[in-house]
Ligand binder design. Sequence first.
Ligand code: UDP
Length: 237
Amino acid sequence: MGSYRIDVLGVPLDIATDYLQLAQSLGSGHIVTLNAEMVMAARRHPRLRTVIQGAELVVPDGAGVVLYGRWRGHKIDRCPGIDLAARLLESAREKGQKVFFLGAKPDVIPRTVAHWQQQLPSLQIVGWHHGYFDAPAEGEILQTLHQTQPHLILVALGVPKQEIWIAEHRSLCPHALWMGVGGSFDIWAGVKKRAPQWLGRMHLEWLYRLLQEPSRWRRMAVLPQFLWLALWDRKIG
Ligand code: UDP
């Protein structure tokens, strides 16, 4: 199973045929799910760029980065972060590994946890906390992580908060896989809907998200710029 890394406008992206196997073979480290918005954010925020560069695995979560790779002649398919995270939870259940959920609103996270308790009853959930914590609560979260040493830590604080939070605290659990999962907890909890598969196949999942949350337009306004830069890069690359 081969994999290699390419550069997408200053940040890395791993190209592989089986990202689940790759994540499992890593065993520990930081998994970033890359999309065009993140690439553009990393160009503005050096800290985010450094964190992505330091991640052990960067998967193509968004259509924009897949197009970028294909335009440059790489054989690449989307690896939606929410699906990879779900597979990792299944695998943790099979191996009897411990998991921790951090993030989402206080009324959402119990529903996310209940969803997985129902889907995978023997999953060892050693802790969870919502993502709107103050400094004392954060101290408790970090202490729990340190004491329980989960194998899989899913962090849903949004971009770039989750990536930076993971980079700052990952040394607490050096044997864990840490993964930023954005809005996945909201979808598992049933408070947000995922785009239908046919839209995903047409690379239009972003449009569905925009229609569901029109306030995202400002964040998404960078997408045409990403495509423009990608085309330009192809011409000179
Ligand atoms: N969130 C959080 N704490 C914060 C900010 C956001 O827990 O301080 C959660 C929010 O409730 C949501 C997720 O982070 O569940 C971000 O979802 P979004 O769809 O915006 O993810 P992104 O597109 O940034 O990956």
